[in-house]
Design a protein around this ligand. Structure first.
Ligand code: HEC
Ligand code: HEC
Length: 421
């Protein structure tokens, strides 16, 4: 080990830019953070259409189709805008009305086991159904969406999912989550008709999920630097360099700052829930986050164990072994990935912090830090998990500078290789 360290030191001694020779352990960590290390997204057994190119194409149409909303002018892309990393840069998502949380970006979203800030959905397809029926977002009912598919995408839908049911006796506005009139209309329907309509609705989610699975990050300045380091290049090209300040930020990120205990791996997230005690937006009514989200996932009719899932119960491991009801989950939120983070202020689950400098100041102070509550549940550190960091102004600025090297745009991965199933 020692010899390796010295050899690296010699490599870097000859360069003008490198702030420090990285230790072998640091180099391993940096290597593990490269975008090239992102594995293939895990298969979602509850959606057997997720790799079908026809489902991907239909899902893309649906994602951008504003007709799939009650007022006819809201699509997923209203809030998840391709040019802004599939988010909207607002503190809280807004369409028909305002939602209580910030719109999440979507690159590599299929790597999650849980969706939304509180993980109240256990699959990407089940997630897509929520905004469609939310009065503040798309505002429509599942009956409306079934009719819209029949009118605009019948052939595309039937090629993937088989024949649409007969909708001639289904009113346009009927659904279990709608207005009083829409709920009454829904309850008046025969159970088998309800099931058929809900199945069409679930299938729309499956097509949208197939499209979302294709969204990925482009490589960042950090990746070019890390790739060159890992290759052991004796002298880095201009485009491969980080400034001293950026390197200092990286050293803090993987070192004393312990940022990568949660923001870990190439996507800089452990995809799990942690309490970092960000000040709630409404102090009188704090958002309980994962504490409620876990129970909602268990109760969701569209979850992995439900009637619309393509999975065998044994394949629903995440849901079957879910941690729920634990008070330590109160105010815990999903660790956001950090690629592209510098260009999507404001931050945190309700956009509470306006800038990265504010985020770092939050970590430096770690308000309400309760180290006594630290606890390990299924390999994850739970409870209030931050220790005050004590950063100098220079160090705080270095962390901000490092985060900006994770620049990214979101693109569609070439999908031509996927074979229909
Ligand atoms: C009104 C704006 C708005 C619309 C319209 C909208 N979303 Fe979202 N989206 C959000 C917000 C806000 C969140 C986070 C909400 C939460 O955690 O409670 C979110 C979260 C998500 C997530 C979770 C990402 C993750 O990492 O867990 C996905 C996936 C997603 N939306 C996809 C969609 C799809 C697909 C549609 C269209 C069917 C859609 N959204 C429509 C605002 C919107
Ligand atoms: C205990 C786990 C944990 C640690 C350690 C941690 N974070 Fe976080 N980070 C989170 C969670 C969870 C959130 C979202 C919190 C929320 O929205 O309430 C977050 C949010 C962020 C955000 C905002 C991203 C966004 O899209 O809103 C940034 C930037 C960030 N962290 C950077 C850092 C840095 C830099 C460090 C080290 C100084 C660090 N984090 C340490 C878990 C952690």
């Amino acid at each position: 080990m020692r010899a390796g360290w010295i050899a690296l030191g010699m490599v870097f001694a000859g360069t003008v830019h490198a702030q420090a020779p990285w230790s072998p352990a640091d180099l391993d960590t940096i290597a593990s953070m490269r975008l090239s290390q992102v594995p293939a997204a895990p298969a979602d057994a509850s959606n057997r259409h997720e790799r079908d190119p026809r489902a991907i194409a239909l899902g893309k149409e649906l994602f951008f189709d504003e007709r799939f909303s009650k007022p006819g002018n809201v699509s997923c892309a209203t809030c998840h805008q391709p040019a802004f990393q599939f988010q909207d840069g607002k503190p809280r998502g807004r369409a028909i009305g305002e939602t209580p949380r910030r719109t999440q970006p979507l690159a590599h979203v299929a790597h999650n086991a849980w969706f939304f800030w509180d993980g109240r959905k256990d699959s990407l397809w089940a997630q897509a159904l929520a905004p469609l029926e939310d009065a503040r977002e798309h505002g429509g009912t599942r009956a409306l969406y079934a009719h819209l598919v029949a009118e605009h995408y019948r052939a595309e839908y039937e090629a993937v999912f088989g024949p649409l049911p007969d909708l001639s006796n289904v009113p346009r506005d009927a659904g279990p989550k709608g207005t009083t009139a829409e709920r009454v209309a829904w309850r008046a329907l025969d159970k088998t008709v309800q099931l058929a309509v809900s199945r069409v609705f679930a299938n729309l989610g499956k097509a949208i999920a197939a499209y979302e699975r294709t969204l990925v990050h482009t490589p960042s300045r950090f990746d070019r630097y890390a790739e060159a380091l890992v290759r052991g290049k004796p002298r880095l090209d201009e485009s491969e360099r980080l400034t001293r300040e950026e390197e200092t930020g990286l050293a803090l990120f993987i070192g004393r700052g312990r940022c990568n205990t949660c923001h870990t791996g190439p996507l800089m997230t452990d995809h799990y829930f942690h309490s970092t005690r960000v000040p709630p937006r409404e102090p009188g009514r704090p958002d309980l986050g994962r504490y409620l989200g876990a129970d909602e996932a268990l109760a969701d009719e569209f979850n992995c164990l439900g009637a619309f899932s393509d999975a065998q119960p044994a394949q629903c491991r995440e849901l079957r072994f879910i941690v729920h009801g634990d008070p330590l989950l109160k105010r815990a939120f999903k660790t956001p990935g950090l690629r592209g983070v510098a260009t999507r202020a404001p931050y945190m689950h309700a956009g509470q912090l306006a800038s990265l400098a504010r985020v770092i100041a939050h970590y430096a102070e770690a308000p309400e830090s309760l180290p006594a509550e630290r606890r390990i549940v299924q390999g994850h550190v739970m409870g209030s998990e931050l220790l005050p960091l004590k950063l100098s102004d220079k160090e705080a600025a270095a962390l901000v500078a490092f985060l900006a090297t994770l620049d990214s745009t979101t693109i569609e991965r070439a999908t031509a290789v996927a074979k229909p199933e």
